[in-house]
Design a protein around this ligand. Structure first.
Ligand code: PBG
Length: 323
């Protein structure tokens, strides 16, 4: 007890604090999400996400190359098609905006980065749901899996290293794994959005991808009140062949990140999502918080909770600070 015990000794100088620092934040641990819009003729600002844009097929190439140059671990691509329909046809069209961009970036960057894509239909459907609907208007799990398998093959063919199924359909990882293996894409991996919650923090993302959604995703995304089912989802995804599992959102779910890190035999990612980004940007723009310190604290906290990887819209900028 005091006075023998004085924890402040280990905080007394910058060198002392550096020596006993437990959590690292390195560029390769950060993954940059990028938006590319088919109809854009120049980068379009996303008003609810200051600093983030919808790229054109051309401008995304430079943004991607710059991020890789800055040292980020990988890129997660989202496509915004010009036309939407009930089954999200543009998602499986080899010339659709997402697949075309994947092909561009793979040819530009080769294996210099880890190229990932959102394997989900919501950006492509006219109803904005992550799957196809049955005659009653409900999201049809098993019919959606067939579309995911097709989408996975299109993305693998276009050059994605890792696919990111984010639709929270039961069985999605297993179906995608089998489809990839049967087509000879055994080297293409799966970053599974395993524990994904029905969160209000996705708000700004809806603008980012011109989402057509009315209603909500509560029949497929998890209830924020629940922790147990996150572990069940993670176990199932690992059994189905996930190479990496993800928890999303990150900040309000750090307990889930920690629980995942404790049990997972594969790397754990966490997605620091749009609303988390915009809260910090909004407060910083008002002068209410120190932007740079807050960003580093947010990302360090997600790492401290146990995430090996963090998807963040700040990835390229922060990678630059860390070097
Ligand atoms: C679904 C998807 C979403 C996000 C990533 N993939 C939206 C949703 O589930 O409603 C959200 C990312 C963010 O908010 O930053 N394709």
């Amino acid at each position: 007890m005091f006075p023998e015990h004085r924890p402040r000794r280990l905080r007394s100088t910058p060198a002392m604090r550096r020596m006993v620092s437990e959590t690292t934040l390195r560029p390769h641990q950060l993954i940059l999400p990028l938006f590319v819009a088919e109809a854009a003729s120049e980068p379009r600002p996303i008003s609810s996400m200051p600093g983030v844009v919808q790229h054109t097929r051309e401008t995304v190439r430079k943004a991607a190359a710059d991020a890789v140059e800055a040292g980020v671990g990988g890129l997660m691509l989202f496509g915004i098609p010009e036309t939407h329909d009930a089954t999200g046809s543009a998602a499986t069209d080899a010339d659709g905006i997402l697949n075309a961009t994947l092909r561009d970036l793979r040819s530009d960057l080769g294996d210099d980065t880890v190229l990932m894509a959102d394997t989900c239909l919501d950006e492509f459907t006219d109803h904005g749901h992550c799957g196809v609907l049955d005659s009653a208007g409900a999201v049809d799990n098993d019919a959606t899996l067939e579309r995911y398998a097709e989408m996975a093959l299109a993305q693998a063919e276009a050059g994605a290293h890792l696919l990111g199924p984010s639709g929270m359909m039961d069985g999605q990882v297993g179906v995608i794994r089998r489809a990839l293996d049967d087509a000879g894409y055994s080297e293409t991996g799966i970053l599974a959005y395993s524990a994904k919650y029905a969160s209000a923090f996705y708000g700004p993302f809806r603008e980012a991808v011109d989402s057509q959604l009315r209603g909500d995703r509560k029949t497929y995304q998890q209830d924020p009140a629940n922790a147990r089912e996150a572990l069940r989802e993670i176990e199932l995804d690992i059994a189905e062949g996930a190479d990496i599992v993800m928890v999303k959102p990150a900040l309000a779910y750090l307990d889930i990140v920690k629980a995942a890190a404790e049990v997972s035999p594969v790397p754990v990612a966490a997605y620091n999502i749009s609303g988390e980004y915009s809260m910090v940007e909004g407060a910083a723009a008002n002068g209410w918080i120190d932007r740079e310190r807050t960003i580093l604290e947010v990302l360090t906290s997600i790492r401290r909770a146990g995430a090996d990887l963090v998807l963040t819209y700040w990835a390229a900028e922060v990678a630059g600070w860390l070097d």
